[in-house]
Design a protein. Sequence first.
Length: 113
Amino acid sequence: MALLKLQELFGASVVETLATVTIQKADLLGLTALPVNTADSLLAAIINTVNQRYEGELTDQNGVFVVDEKNIPITYDNHLYYINTWVQFWGFLFPPGKVNFCFLISEISPYAN
């Protein structure tokens, strides 16, 4: 199995050093980059970006879904390639005046007695 690279998730501009990881806001899917984004909007954008890199529907360069002969969007799922982590869209929660998108994130670690 291939190991997931930061560039595969967050684009070619992600930088990792011994002490830091720097992700460009423009590479986070669904984030409106502001001079000061909230911590929760940044975390949500990171999780959303990871989820969309793991699975989704194919689109062309104009954002139009690529469909099969029955007009059903063609999907992809990369979970099988990354056996140690899993990001999955779970569902919606509807508190008053808001919509929360819920994700499950898990990491598989070796178990020892």
